[in-house]
Design a protein around this ligand. Structure first.
Ligand code: SAM
Length: 260
């Protein structure tokens, strides 16, 4: 589909440098490599390119969710794609589900959860700090304009917030997730899955202990390591550097026990 005014487009070089723009008639895109009028991008197709005066090819694409994630305004640590992939897969977060998320922070994970539950599902996101609610709202609005109808963003504390219905899945990215467990255990459906991400393993140790006390079983705790490779005519070896640590993931399932 050809680009038109109002579309968001990602401009990217072979080396991975990229810029996200919204096409507007009469506007210019400028970077250290040169400048191009938006009018010259309008009418082009995804995968087309522009060769800058310095000879660099810049390709045009519709942005992916990953592109959005790396371009959003961040004022908190965000969840990285390698962890999001595992959270969605092992947390079994799918279209049509009712999912509770807390905290919201910059809204990076929120975008993927909204996409996963789709228009037939519902995402409720709970965040204590109003400024992060605003930030996440602006980030989601920028990329998903209009704001998805399946999203309910609430200022509140996950440790005591009440709902008159229960959730299929609960996803936590909190500094003290263990404190949320007693409340979460009341608002997750039997058989529901909890997912929690924490940078320190002690956080998960305390969370796991609390989960067992509140009727969660089948706990799995692991981390995802992603190592990039250089493959070309001269090289086929791992990259020198990697993001070695982001967080540890925990998954658990709510069961019905007589003592619960
Ligand atoms: C690491 S950030 C979340 C980042 C987010 N997942 C993202 O990808 O952008 C943690 C958030 O949890 C919020 N938070 C901390 N304690 C909370 C609580 N008890 N209830 C709700 N939100 C809380 C913080 O204000 C902060 O915004």
């Amino acid at each position: 589909m050809k680009f038109k005014a109002g579309d968001q487009v990602i401009l990217t070089t072979d080396k991975g440098k990229s810029w996200l723009i919204k096409l507007q008639l009469g506007e210019n895109f400028s970077c250290h490599l040169g400048s191009i009028s938006h009018d010259n991008i309008i009418g082009k197709c995804p995968g087309d390119s522009w060769t800058t005066p310095k000879g660099t090819k810049i390709f045009f694409f519709y942005p992916t969710l990953n592109d959005f994630l790396f371009k959003l305004t961040r004022r908190t640590q965000i969840v990285y794609p390698k962890d999001i992939g595992a959270m969605l897969c092992y947390g079994d977060i799918r279209s049509g589900m009712t999912v509770l998320e807390s905290g919201v922070g910059s809204g990076a994970l929120t975008m993927f959860l909204l996409n996963a539950v789709g228009t037939s599902g519902m995402l409720v996101s709970v965040e204590t700090r109003k400024e992060f609610v605003e930030l996440a709202l602006n980030n989601v609005k920028k990329f998903f304009d209009p704001i998805p109808k399946q999203w309910n963003l609430v200022v509140g504390n996950i440790e005591n917030i009440a709902f008159n219905y229960c959730f299929d899945r609960v996803v936590l990215d909190l500094p003290e997730p263990w404190k949320a467990v007693p409340n979460v255990s009341k608002i997750i459906k039997p058989g529901g899955i909890i997912v929690s991400l924490s940078p320190q393993i002690t956080q998960l140790q305390w969370t796991a202990r609390e989960l067992k006390k509140h009727g969660f079983r089948f706990l799995q705790i692991f981390e995802i390591l992603k190592r990039d490779w250089h493959i070309d005519d001269r090289r086929s070896r791992p990259a020198d550097r990697m993001i070695a640590h982001t967080g540890f993931l925990l998954f658990g399932r709510k069961v019905n026990l007589p003592s619960d």
